[in-house]
Design a protein around this ligand. Structure first.
Ligand SMILES: NC(=O)c1ccc[n+]([C@@H]2O[C@H](COP(=O)([O-])OP(=O)(O)OC[C@H]3O[C@@H](n4cnc5c(N)ncnc54)[C@H](OP(=O)(O)O)[C@@H]3O)[C@@H](O)[C@H]2O)c1
Length: 329
């Protein structure tokens, strides 16, 4: 497995990581034993970056990851996050919590669930609009001093926030959505990361499964599957977006790879500071995705992909429904 380095600290990680969130069953039920087998197989295949968060499954995801990593903790770079309470609002309906007094509390809870003494990269999951970023990152820096956390990250933070945060403590990684059909951050956020020496960990690298080409209809998904609410997958948009995907498939075919491998390879070709963390609950998908770092795309391939999913436009429909304003804050 090829490796990459994140941030000025040059944290060495596998070129693709494993996003563990789907083990909570947000796309359909998953057995604990399946989750653990996939994590173990991922380690065997050379994946060293594992991503979870305190909010996933209200702590259950961290517990499962902790169990799976027992006896294997030193083989991996473990990342977790705090401060996103959208799934379980806090006191007074609070949806985000970046208060300095909460930071060590959240970290202790995560350490306990993960059965580890230190988290390698600890992220603020969402910027709290009510707390200056300097205060939150100051409290996170104290976790580094206390030996609870090795490196700091932010998730869905904008360029100005990254600049302010970096003045308090080096930020090793930004974790935000990035894929061939969500490219907005190329305009200002990825350049800001490069200016500041911050690595970019790309979530929803597989477009929640859509970019693999295997999700062609919402029929058959569990009623609770969160993809039922994704605007780009709704009836008025999905047909158009599948048409784009069919064109992308031609590029994949010409390279002898699958759409899923192409989706990951495209991200890896955008710079050696990017690391996608696809999630999967099917072992066969893990075996398929692991090959993506070996797919070599030519300038002509990249230009063809750019023509299908240009920086501005491309997919039909917004990323999210409703009035979510917690992205790139
Ligand atoms: N920082 C943040 O705010 C944030 C937000 C969301 C997610 N994340 C992180 O990012 C990770 C990735 O997100 P995600 O897993 O929801 O989205 P994703 O990686 O875009 O997509 C995951 C879905 O793709 C499917 N898939 C993966 N490889 C496939 C293949 N080769 N063929 C067909 N289908 C394939 C999986 O199917 P199966 O389940 O059937 O295997 C799964 O349903 C999460 O696990 C989490 O750690 C972070």
């Amino acid at each position: 497995m090829k490796t990459r380095e994140l941030g000025k600290a040059k944290v060495k990680v596998s070129a693709i990581g494993l996003g563990c969130q789907p083990f909570i069953g947000n796309y359909g039920p998953v057995e604990e034993s399946t989750a653990i087998s996939i994590i173990h197989r991922a380690i065997d295949l050379g994946i060293t970056l594992f991503d979870t968060a305190g909010t996933y499954g209200r702590g259950q995801n961290e517990e499962w990851v902790g169990k799976a990593l027992k006896g294997k903790r030193d083989k991996v770079v473990l990342e977790s996050k705090f401060g996103n309470l959208r799934g379980q609002p806090g006191e007074g309906g609070r949806l985000y919590d970046g208060r300095p007094e909460y930071v060590p509390v959240a970290c202790e809870e995560s350490l306990k669930r993960l059965q580890t003494e230190i988290i390698d990269i600890y992220y603020l999951h969402r910027v709290d609009p009510e707390v200056p970023i300097e205060d939150t990152v100051g409290a996170m820096a104290r976790l580094v001093e206390a030996g609870k956390v090795r490196h700091l990250g932010l998730s869905e933070a904008g360029p100005e926030t990254l600049r302010r945060a970096s003045k308090v403590h080096p930020i090793t990684a930004l974790q935000s959505e990035y894929s061939v059909w969500v490219r907005d951050y190329e305009k200002d956020t990825i350049p800001a990361c490069r200016e500041l020496g911050i690595g970019f960990v790309a979530y929803y690298a597989m477009g929640r499964g859509f970019l693999s080409g295997k999700l062609r209809t919402l029929d058959g998904l569990e009623p609770t599957d969160t993809r039922r609410r994704v605007p780009r997958l709704q009836e008025e948009n999905i047909g158009y977006n599948l048409g784009l995907l069919d064109r992308l498939k031609e590029v994949a075919d010409d390279n002898g790879c699958t759409l899923a491998q192409l989706a990951l390879a495209w991200i890896l070709h955008q710079g050696d500071d990017l690391v996608p963390i696809p999630g999967m609950t099917e072992m066969a998908y893990l075996e398929e995705n692991i090959v993506a770092p070996d797919v070599e795309l030519s300038a002509d391939d990249l230009a063809r992909i750019d023509g299908i999913f240009p920086l501005d436009g491309g997919a039909k429909g917004p990323r999210y429904g409703g009035d979510r304003d917690d992205k790139n804050r």
